[in-house]
Ligand binder design. Structure first.
Ligand code: ADP
Ligand code: MG
Length: 465
């Protein structure tokens, strides 16, 4: 079938237009930009044309990790597209060339724009955050794509939008990226980024005089885009909630874009009025999950490139295998090692990394069969048919609470993590909460047949895997 398609494309192919593989690759890249899903495009942007030798197309990547991941994710798409344009199959080799800089287009576009035509900068936005330097993986691609659509069409699609997820998973990064994108492409639009905490403080401050309160209202009700970070902070702040409710209504009714972030789903917010919760739940609610190993590795490589950290591949692998809580911790581990390297004036070895990160990341020593907490949560979530996010979270739903207690119990049983380490990996719970779960399960395991069966089944599955 594929061959037949090549044949048909071959009939339409004009050989004079594409005399060599460099041109064919250029054309293929352009086609792939249009056809590849967003999750694969990030790998495409890392590929450079290297050379043409004896009819083979050599494409290069700047690290072994990029080479491996790009080949895994995009080889078939690239081969098909190149063959379609060439009119015959073209042998393709992927190689590593550490000299070459990534030729990701959007970055250079940005750099150019900043140099030539930058309008006055919006002080509420932080330029360091952009869609270009956000690595999207399975854990975040839905949120990432939704945010891009919002940024491209503010006020028309997905309004309001709420991004929720645990700490350090990129909520602020995405919210700021929306602001920066709109600021760049629609410089006339009035954008305000603020945290719920600043909004609250500013509101309290404005209560001092009539002029201040009126200028506060004017400021927030006359924007095109309102971005409010960490709205969980509004819990128990009744007057601020009331003010936000009216601001929200005015903006919403005039089709202005509102994007909010929260550390949990709206349903789990307590002490927020129902009418405000209902407003937040309109539009789109998207979640961010912790990134998987491959995404952590891609993020780590990018952070090293951005900050010019020289960290050995093996050490990076060690970090990414073990720092699995969130991206902020990952960044922290990279900074710690890079600072250590520059202090002692030599590169960090795996041994040094293990020693330096001992108190910082959870140690990888596992009691049994390399079972990780991620695996335990995954199997438990499947058994109980609940989301992994919910198991790590705070939902009080009966089924989820039981799944959480069982995950924690199994983590204490099957891994050698301490209670506080387990707590850290369960979205920062303290060790007394973890101890409570372990004791709870211990107290019912002998009498509750369904709990016993759940534990045995999950344990068996983990042992097998
Ligand atoms: P949150 O607001 O969810 O607590 P942040 O947006 O502050 O998290 O992210 C913490 C750090 O991790 C920031 O420096 C951010 O740039 C980085 N980060 C998070 N997710 C990603 C990602 N997918 N790609 C690149 N950097 C990320
Ligand atoms: Mg944040």
């Amino acid at each position: 079938m594929i061959r037949l398609l090549y044949g048909i494309r071959f009939l339409c192919y004009n050989p004079t237009a594409m005399e060599n593989l460099a041109n064919i690759w250029q054309e293929a890249r352009a086609q792939l930009e249009d056809t590849l899903p967003e999750s694969k495009k990030q790998w495409l942007s890392k590929i450079s044309f290297e050379k043409e030798e004896n009819g083979t197309l050599f494409l290069s990547l700047t690290s072994p990790f990029y080479k491996e991941t790009t080949e895994k994710n995009c080889r078939a798409d690239i081969e098909n597209t190149v063959a379609g344009i060439a009119g015959h199959e073209v042998p393709i080799e992927f190689i590593v060339n550490t000299e070459k800089k990534s030729n990701k287009k959007p970055v250079s576009k940005n750099v150019k724009k900043e140099k030539t035509e930058k309008p006055p900068h919006n002080p509420t936005l932080n330029k360091q955050y952009s869609f270009d330097n956000f690595i999207s993986g399975d854990n975040s691609s839905f949120a990432f794509n939704a945010c891009k659509v919002i940024a491209q069409n503010p006020g028309t699609s997905f309004n309001p939008c709420l991004i929720y997820g645990g700490v350090g998973l990129g909520k602020t990064h995405l919210l700021q990226s929306i602001g920066n994108y709109i600021d760049e492409h629609n410089p006339k639009m009035k954008i305000i980024y603020t945290t719920a905490e600043s909004f609250t403080n500013e509101f309290i401050d404005s209560l001092l005089s009539k002029e201040k309160i009126s200028s506060f209202k004017t400021k927030y009700r006359n924007v095109d885009v309102l971005l409010i970070d960490d709205i969980h902070f509004l819990q128990k702040k009744d007057s601020t909630q009331e003010e936000l409710f009216h601001t929200f209504n005015e903006l919403y009714d005039s089709h202005k874009q509102i994007v909010l972030t929260c550390d949990r789903p709206i349903t789990e917010l307590t002490d927020i009025t129902d009418r405000l919760k209902t407003r937040f739940r309109k539009g789109l609610n998207v979640d961010l999950q912790p990134p998987a190993y491959e995404t952590r590795m891609a993020i780590a490589l990018q952070k090293c490139r951005e900050r010019n950290y020289q960290i050995d591949q093996k050490v990076l692998e060690y970090i990414c295998q073990n720092v699995n809580t969130n991206v902020r911790d990952l960044e922290g581990a990279l900074t710690t090692l890079s600072s250590f390297a520059s202090l002692v004036g030599k590169p960090v070895t795996l041994e040094i990394a293990k020693e330096q990160l001992k108190n910082f990341i959870v140690t990888p020593s596992i009691k049994n069969n390399d079972i990780t907490i991620d695996m335990i949560i995954h199997s438990t979530s499947e058994y109980f048919n609940v989301k992994e996010y919910d198991i790590r979270g705070k939902s009080r739903n009966k089924n989820i609470t039981l799944a959480r207690h069982i995950s924690i119990y199994l983590a204490s049983l099957l891994t050698s993590y301490s209670l506080s380490e387990i707590g850290k990996m369960m979205n920062g719970k303290d060790h007394t909460t973890i101890m409570y779960s372990v004791e709870k399960i211990k107290s019912i395991i002998d009498t509750d047949e369904s709990v016993k069966q759940a534990i045995n089944t999950i344990k068996e599955e983990l042992m097998q895997s």
